[in-house]
Design a protein around this ligand. Structure first.
Ligand code: BG6
Length: 510
């Protein structure tokens, strides 16, 4: 990466930038969207960056009837057109093999074991296997149990076996616990990598660097100086081709216990004692456990749900949720959620965290806004514009990756007038734009056995335990007026009222 800023690496980070050790990556769900659009391009990017080991191979497993040539061809179609003849591309594609099989059939794992033994011989991969479960969630426990039964998950003779599990991890607290208990019957925790792709995003990882590598923010990062925190995760897309899944899940399950809770925990956690996986995850887990659980009365006031109707997104007319493929015509599934949460600890007592996430909103935009308190005296109360909101620190996660701080400044001229100005840093301007998918760092970390950016069992369960009471009440009290927001807007009016009754408003996103 070309950096215009001064960059330096601590010795241990330089170590971490070396190619991973020998291994085979096994992709279950190899013909699916995730493999094609994210995982294969990410592996290719790692190959280009020389972060894959020389002793490396990939095996795709799926129930689709595909020849090896067809599988390789499909993967190549998702690699950059201009690079398909490059050495890195050929090196990568030559290492790909394909196995057709049903995930519930023990024979699949026998054939796979034979294949892996051959690859170990051919590529000197040392018996180290990374199994990636890019499958439908109903197969997670099944595949892990089959890996156990076939002996493929046993770490013997100094080799390692790790399993990456995609989301959704369960559909509520009970099912997440049950899944954890099934997989922990086969694997030990340090073999399990529960992935949340938000942790692969540069700006999400940067929250920790920003907070803990800069001593200037820590003294003011608390209830004395912060009025409230907003987390907005807005998408312009609808449910696309995933109506069948989404209609049984809804936005609360799909986004909140995982992605939104990652953003919240990184923003609110205490400084870990080291950057070691468990030190970081202990702090994330602690803060998730401190999120106040809502009783049914609070819940009605603090949780807003919405479903999009038809509307206009970026000049294009789009249909309402209920007419999307795979969605029931009288669906009561929410496509938007806004919550007001409190964190019961010394740092955050009394500081509300307002969260909102939804589909078909006005703009694709994810950000965290830290709204600092007003100055204690209103010295400039009689000057024009003094009521503008200042002292907001905005961490933009996507699509623009940036951090900005706004504050009041004197507008030049003979009359004293105060305006709001921005001090901002944009990732792409400093460090150049990159073409990473976000999965590179996560796959590489699995290969080197670093679980810092993965969810531990207790974190997943803590996320669900925040959401569970809301699921229960919403189930008991179906929404009365769905759809309640037009596509292309910022969600139902109740989401604005959530802040207005506290004398606040969402930061305006332009
Ligand atoms: C997925 C959800 O986990 O995250 C999707 O299942 C959502 O519904 C997606 O669209 C959002 O990811 P990103 O990286 O586009 O913000």
């Amino acid at each position: 990466m070309m950096a215009t800023a001064d960059t330096y690496l601590e010795p241990e980070l330089e170590q971490a930038g070396k190619p991973a050790g020998p291994c085979v990556m096994v992709l279950f769900g190899a013909a699916g969207d995730l493999t094609m659009r994210k995982l294969a391009p990410a592996l290719y990017n790692l190959a280009k960056a020389k972060l894959l080991p020389a002793s490396f191979a990939v095996v795709g497993v799926s129930h689709d009837e595909l020849t090896l040539e067809q599988f390789r061809e499909q993967i190549t179609r998702f690699l950059p057109a201009k690079e398909r003849q490059s050495d890195a591309c050929r090196w990568f594609v030559d290492r790909i093999s394909y196995e057709r099989g049903d995930f519930a059939d023990p024979a699949t794992y026998e054939t796979l074991a034979n294949r892996l033994r051959d690859l170990d011989k051919q590529f000197a991969t040392g018996g180290n296997y990374l199994f990636y479960l890019a499958t439908a969630p109903r197969f997670f426990a099944e595949v892990v149990q089959q890996l156990g039964r076939s002996g493929l998950s046993s770490q013997v003779d100094g080799c390692w076996r790790r399993v990456v599990i995609e989301k959704p991890f369960g559909t509520d607290l009970d099912s997440a616990r049950a899944l954890n208990s099934k997989i922990k019957g086969i694997l030990v925790e340090n073999q399990i990598f529960r992935i949340d792709h938000y942790l692969g995003k540069e700006t999400v990882q940067n929250i920790m660097v920003f907070r803990f590598d800069n001593a200037i923010f820590e003294p003011i990062w608390n209830r004395r100086y912060i009025d409230h925190v907003e987390i907005t995760n807005a998408e312009t897309v609808g449910v696309e081709q995933r109506g069948g899944y989404f209609d049984t899940a809804g936005t609360l399950r799909d986004m909140v216990p995982n992605h939104v809770m990652q953003l919240l925990s990184l923003t609110a956690m205490e400084c870990p004692v080291s950057f070691h996986a468990d030190a970081v995850r202990n702090e994330q887990s602690k803060v998730l456990h401190a999120v106040q659980h809502l009783d049914s009365e609070d819940l009605l006031e603090r949780c807003v749900r919405g479903q999009y109707g038809e509307g206009v997104v970026g000049n294009e007319g789009v249909p309402g949720y209920r007419t999307e493929p795979g969605v029931s015509r009288d669906s009561r599934t929410e496509t938007f959620v806004a919550l007001k949460l409190n964190i019961d600890n010394w740092r955050w007592a009394g500081v509300p965290f307002y969260l909102r996430t939804g589909k078909r909103m006005a703009k694709r935009h994810t950000e965290i806004t830290i709204q600092f308190k007003n100055s204690p005296t209103e010295l400039f109360r009689n000057t024009a514009m003094h009521r503008m909101r200042n002292n907001q620190l905005v961490i933009q996660i996507q699509p623009v990756e940036a951090i900005s701080m706004n504050f009041g400044a004197k507008i030049p001229g003979p009359i004293l007038r105060v305006g709001s100005v921005d001090m901002s840093f944009e990732y792409s301007k400093y460090f150049g734009a990159d073409a990473y998918t976000g999965y590179e760092v996560l796959i590489y970390d699995c290969m080197i056995g670093d679980a810092t950016l993965f969810q531990r069992a207790d974190m997943v369960e803590a996320g669900w335990s925040i959401v569970d009471p809301i699921l229960d009440v919403w189930k008991a009290l179906p929404p009365r007026k769905f759809p309640n927001y037009a596509s292309g807007t910022w969600g139902p009016k109740e989401a604005d009222q959530l802040l207005e009754i506290d004398g606040r408003q969402w930061r305006t996103i332009e």
